[in-house]
Design a protein around this ligand. Structure first.
Ligand code: NHW
Ligand code: EN5
Length: 386
């Protein structure tokens, strides 16, 4: 049972009857109804709004997450978001400083808890909603199972409600009430030898290392004519490409020019975006991926795994398989060991052909205070959270 989540305005596992009503779960509120005082923490802790532009603070957040954030089911790998990545992910257009929320030990100032919200316009079926995306919820390993997470969630909810926002989207590996969709991770080896060494994958039966390396070998250059890194001048055309393509999905962000500039202009070591330019400067397609390494938890040879994650990809003139194939080439040539993708978008049609293998991880998509009539298929999802 879910002692906390049963008290929250989220779809519950047993509410099929109510599920017919698409829309908000809570009675409508105004900012004046929102509690003015922060929620109370156990007395040894205090709230701390974190400024990611402060070098010492972003270092503290980085340390907390690097040692305490998400691991795979067998505790072999742990996400290692870089400081530049966190600064990028946490400051999109419309950012509010009070939405980067920490918990510190009052006596020492040590950062031991964290949660963030960023604004986003997300369309769910026919409804375009002003939401936040919640991410980077983390409690230090030594303070687990003390019910700190519900306090972090309630406090970030209060701070978001104070801005007049009543819905949120979030993803998690764990099952909570109640997923709007469940996606599966797939992995494409770029450096098979290293992946085998760190036990990310195993040598297939009756395969030698040499044959495995040959099987996953990629060309040095992408094959799509006109493919080049995205630039500032491309923003209006990329907004248009994404707008048309994402309209096919039941849940997808609505990006304006500022969003596209922030989330898609390339940042070395963080986000990689390419456009396909046809004659006359017309853009026909785009692809992107982000860099999210993991710490290899117990390996003598390697301490880091360099993973690229598929971000937004828009096939139109170029088939998706070719565009994703070029993403693999570019991720390989920029030093990544593996390319990860979910079975969202139209990915299911191309993953096997491109030699992706199914992962052991699932990613559940959730909405706060919004009900959908029925669970969506992964292929209905057009939203990527960082
Ligand atoms: S998912 C990644 C979450 N982080 C990690 O997995 C890092 C490693 N784990 C930890 O740090 C991406 C801790 O285990 C955490 C739980 C902090 C996860 N989401 O404090 P207690 C995100 O960041 C529930 C939501 O004793 P703990 C998305 C759990 O079911 N709830 O546990 C975040 C239980 O509730 P229940 C989660 O292990 C979305 C309660 O927490 C959860 O010390 C947040 C236990 O708390 C998870 N991933 O700390 C929601 N994991 O009902 C945003 C566990 O079962 C909602 N729990 O009793 C929207 C808010 C904004 C609304 C605005 C309108
Ligand atoms: C918030 N934005 O489970 C997200 N990773 O499959 C937070 N598995 O890397 C929530 N266990 O399958 C994130 N190798 C939830 C995901 C948490 C991390 C996670 C999984 C995703 C993962 C790897 C390593 C497994 C290690 C043992 C995996 C097999 C790949 C192989 C490729 C080649 C063909 C066969 C399969």
């Amino acid at each position: 049972r879910y002692a906390f989540w049963e008290t929250q305005p989220v779809s519950q596992f047993d509410d099929q009857a109510a599920a017919a009503q698409e829309g908000p779960i809570d009675a409508p509120k105004t900012v004046a109804d929102v509690r003015q005082e922060p929620y109370t923490l156990p007395k040894e802790f205090e709230w701390s709004t974190c400024d990611v532009n402060d070098t010492k603070t972003v270092e503290e957040i980085y340390q907390l997450l690097t040692f305490n954030y998400v691991e795979d089911d067998d505790n072999m790998f742990r996400f290692d978001y870089s400081q530049d990545f966190l600064k990028w992910a946490l400051q999109p257009p419309g950012t509010r400083p009070e939405w980067v929320l920490g918990v510190r030990v009052a006596s020492s100032g040590k950062l031991v808890g964290f949660i963030t919200a960023v604004p986003a316009r997300v369309r769910v079926r026919a409804a375009a909603l002003a939401m936040v995306e919640i991410n980077y919820l983390c409690v230090h390993k030594k303070l687990r199972a003390k019910r700190l997470a519900p306090v972090l969630i309630k406090e970030i909810t209060r701070r978001v409600n104070l801005a007049g926002i009543w819905q949120a989207a979030y993803t998690a590996g764990v099952v909570l009430p109640k997923p709007v969709a469940t996606a599966t991770y797939w992995h494409r080896a770029l450096q098979p030898k290293k992946l085998i060494t760190v036990n990310f994958t195993r040598l297939a039966p009756r395969m030698t290392m040499a044959r495995t390396i040959k099987l996953f070998k990629l060309p040095a250059e992408p094959v799509t004519p006109g493919l080049r890194p995205m630039e500032h001048r491309d923003i209006p055309q990329v907004v248009a490409l994404l707008g048309v393509y994402l309209a096919r999905f039941q849940i997808a962000p609505q990006f304006d020019g500022e969003d596209v500039a922030h989330y898609l202009l390339p940042i070395p070591g963080v986000v990689h975006s390419y456009v396909v330019e046809a004659e006359g400067g017309r853009l026909t397609d785009m692809l992107s991926f982000y860099t999210l390494p993991s710490t290899v938890i117990n390996n003598a040879q390697h301490s880091k795994l360099a993973a690229a994650f598929q971000y937004y990809t828009v096939p139109a003139a170029t088939p998706l398989a070719q565009l994703m194939g070029d993403a693999l080439v570019l991720a390989h040539s920029t030093g990544h060991d593996v390319f990860n993708a979910l079975d969202i978008f139209q990915n299911s049609e191309v993953l096997k052909t491109l030699k992706f293998g199914i992962g052991d991880g699932r990613l559940r998509y959730y909405l706060y205070n919004w009900r959908v009539p029925a669970e969506l298929q992964p292929s209905d999802v057009g939203l990527v959270l960082l």
